[in-house]
Design a protein around this ligand. Structure first.
Ligand code: NAP
Length: 304
């Protein structure tokens, strides 16, 4: 196991450092923008690793994690003197390893190790890290080390090649952030019959949780339920009419996601191709209407 250091003692840096230390990795140095953050991280580890400046961490450690905000990974890496025989890794889901070019040019191995998880706080991050997937970009011995590290954290390593990062991260945004956007849209609809956003969220959450449980236990495509899975065209048409009348701004996403649900329903085997075509036609027709509605809305905004 290489000696590990962290530059950037925020949520991810602290959670990874504490978790790796708990799995037997030796923490050799911690640095951050402020001494207070680095000292707070160090105090969570037994024995506490030395707190030093960023160059001190580079000089002391075989494997350095750069856990600063994304925009600072490149500038911080560029400001440090790296050497052959060590490795530097960032945890961004969006940046490629190109931002570590200065370290690569100095002979260090470079990589990325992105925990596919959402971390609002350090304690939550420590709790949620086990079981997460870790997207890894690296070559040679560093790839082996990072894959083993993911398994040591009770996670699943996912290998990414050059050019895969953005599409990988787009999928993460779809499943995580856009679920939040869908919850916001659903609570807005409930507002039409007088339920507040917090109450609507509380009432819709068990449904979301049940859906997640179904995805986990049954998997795709069997986990899909609802009118599209049953081929209930009449119900879908009622939804489309209601949205057209009362929330036309949501017609587009309802139709787009409905069109994505039809092949899942077909694969589940509960609807036949005729039902699938009829559902697709209703959804596509209203999608066309919705684009006219949003173009009219855009024209109005521009006119204002
Ligand atoms: N949060 C998530 O859900 C999540 C999930 C997966 C991956 N990530 C990735 O993990 C990385 C870190 O994110 P985070 O959420 O942990 O961010 P964060 O909580 O904002 O922590 C960033 C840390 O970087 C430190 N820092 C800022 N400028 C610095 C500099 N010039 N030199 C050294 N340290 C500096 C800050 O130090 P001070 O506290 O000392 O000011 C701060 O503690 C990012 O690449 C992010 O994309 C985040």
């Amino acid at each position: 196991m290489p000696s590990v250091g962290f530059i950037g003692a925020g949520t991810v840096g602290t959670a990874l450092a504490v978790s790796l230390s708990g799995r037997g990795y030796q923490l050799a140095a911690v640095a951050s923008k402020t001494h207070a953050s680095a000292a707070a991280l160090a105090a969570r580890i037994q024995p506490p690793p030395p707190v030093c400046d960023a160059q001190g961490a580079v000089d002391r450690c075989e494997l350095v994690f750069l856990t600063t905000p994304d925009d600072l990974i490149g500038p911080v890496a560029n400001s440090l003197a790296w050497h052959a025989g060590q490795a530097v890794v960032h945890c961004s889901g969006a940046a490629s390893t190109d931002v570590l070019e200065a370290a690569r040019a100095a002979g260090a191995a470079v990589g990325a190790f992105h925990p596919l998880q959402t971390f609002a706080s350090v304690n939550e991050a420590i709790e949620n890290l086990p079981g997460s997937a870790f997207a890894i970009e690296a070559d040679g011995p560093l790839l082996t080390i990072l894959e083993q590290m993911a398994r040591d954290l009770s996670g699943t390593p996912i290998r990414l090649g050059p050019g895969d990062k953005t599409i990988y991260h787009t999928a993460a945004v779809l499943v995580s952030n856009y679920t939040v956007a869908l919850m916001a849209a659903a609570t807005e609809l409930w507002g039409q019959f007088g339920v507040t956003t917090p109450d609507a969220t509380q009432s819709l959450l068990p449904l979301l949780q049940g859906t997640i449980n179904n995805i986990r236990k049954i998997g795709l495509p069997g986990c899909l339920t609802g009118p599209i899975a049953r081929g209930d065209l009449g119900t879908v048409e009622k939804h489309l009419e209601a949205l057209e009348a009362r929330a036309p701004e949501l017609l587009g996403i309802y139709c787009e996601l409905g069109l994505r649900a039809v092949p899942v329903a077909l694969a589940k085997g509960k609807i036949d191709t005729n039902q699938a075509r009829a559902l697709e036609k209703a959804l596509a027709d209203h999608l066309h209407t919705s684009s006219q509605v949003s173009t009219r809305g855009l024209n109005r905004t521009e006119a204002n």
